[in-house]
Design a protein around this ligand. Structure first.
Ligand code: HEC
Ligand code: HEC
Length: 342
């Protein structure tokens, strides 16, 4: 063939083939990967405070027990609304010239995954109490206390963030227990951990290996679920971390729901509003803010009914049960829930 006798043609043909292959095997896939792994449009870079908090997270070794990755398996569904993707980690950069990128995805899950802890637990007061002594809010917790992130002071100065630690956890501390800057930064970092929504149109990865086939309801029957959700279980997931399993809350930090006039009120309006919009009516009594748990946790009217009825009939409370119709009406009135300021 002519081409084998003409060295110029041979070279040009080989070069063209090489460039074409490079294009398809390296350059185009490269663009694709770069595009897929770009930070999600709705994600935000960490603020300076949150960055400092991340450094505390690293230096305190929280990674030993906590992951920050939602795997695409059914059992991880409780930690996020979707499995994590590479783009979720695209904002991580080198710590500094000397230290590599700390991805903090973790591999040990002695404690819960923290991918969306900022949505699951938005309360700063809760996080501070939990870091000071995890047992003060979660009685069975095996997480270590991080008391060196707090100072004992005789008086609180303006601007100090004072913790309302229940007496049994004060261990003889007479003065005020004040959060250090490190503790505040760490909590700011924890509050920033939220899963970012994918842009519209981007395929959402699914959780694999669901347990058992999804039950199909025969047409015409109304689902039992809507009327008989398990209020105790929903309370445990959404409210118990602060108001505790016995409904008595924590003295000075979270008010008791046992005997609470709000809970016993025949009219559930205030109760629904508190769940959806949060509450600060008792700040002057030393209680912190209640975040708008119903809004951040996306509670549906059916779930709110179940929770309210659980509270109204537990711990010695005995008040009228509420109906789905009245709660739906109240729910629709609270159309634009205000996210509480932190
Ligand atoms: C020895 C293991 C261990 C270490 C180290 C540890 N934790 Fe935990 N953590 C746990 C366990 C177990 C729980 C679940 C019980 C509880 O809520 O206290 C938990 C719960 C949490 C929760 C609440 C999660 C939720 O879904 O309610 C947060 C937030 C948290 N840890 C943050 C931290 C931070 C920040 C550090 C480092 C300063 C840390 N943890 C270090 C074991 C650990
Ligand atoms: C992060 C902690 C936290 C969580 C979670 C939480 N609350 Fe609260 N709640 C509070 C605090 C703090 C207050 C007091 C707020 C204030 O007025 O200062 C409060 C107040 C209340 C009150 C008013 C009680 C009274 O007598 O004044 C009700 C009712 C209530 N919460 C119900 C709920 C329900 C229902 C849930 C779950 C859906 C829930 N809370 C989840 C922290 C929390």
């Amino acid at each position: 063939m002519e081409i084998y006798n003409n060295h110029k043609r041979l070279f040009v043909a080989a070069l063209a083939l090489f460039l074409a292959l490079t294009m398809f095997a390296a350059i185009l896939p490269g663009f694709n990967i770069q595009n897929d792994n770009a930070p999600l449009p709705k994600s935000k870079p960490l603020s300076t405070e949150e960055m400092q908090g991340k450094a505390i997270f690293i230096s305190e070794g929280c990674i030993a027990c906590h992951t920050q990755q939602v795997r695409n398996v059914e059992m991880d569904k409780m930690w996020g609304s979707r499995p994590s993707i590479a783009a979720d980690y695209a904002r991580l950069t080198r710590t500094d010239v000397w230290r590599n990128t700390a991805s903090l995805m973790g591999s040990e899950r002695t404690g819960p995954d923290l991918t969306s802890i900022g949505s699951r637990q938005p309360s700063k007061d809760w996080h501070l109490l939990h870091l000071y002594n995890p047992r003060s809010v979660v009685s069975q917790s095996i997480m270590p206390s991080y008391q060196w992130l707090f100072e004992e002071k005789e008086y609180a100065y303006p601007g100090d963030v004072v913790l309302n630690v229940p007496d049994e956890f004060r261990k003889g501390v007479q003065g005020k227990i004040v959060a250090s800057q490190d503790a505040l930064h760490l909590v700011a970092y924890l509050q920033s951990l939220k899963q970012t929504d994918l842009p519209d149109g981007k395929p959402v990865p699914i959780f694999l290996y669901p347990k058992g086939p999804v039950k199909e309801e025969p047409a015409g029957t109304t689902s039992q679920l809507n009327t008989e959700l398990d209020g105790a279980a929903l309370y445990a997931v959404n409210c118990q971390s602060c108001h505790q399993a016995n409904g008595e809350g924590l003295k000075g930090a979270f008010p008791s729901l046992k005997g609470s006039p709000v809970v016993l009120d025949k009219d559930p309006k205030v109760q629904v509003t508190i769940i959806m919009e949060g509450y600060n009516g008792r700040v002057s009594e030393g209680y912190g803010l209640m975040p708008p748990i119903g809004t951040t946790n996306n509670l549906k009217p059916e779930e709110i009914v179940a929770i309210i009825n659980h509270e109204r009939s537990s711990w010695g409370n005995n008040s009228r049960k509420v109906s789905i119709t009245e709660i739906k009406e109240l729910f629709n009135q609270i159309k634009t829930p205000v996210i509480a300021k932190k």
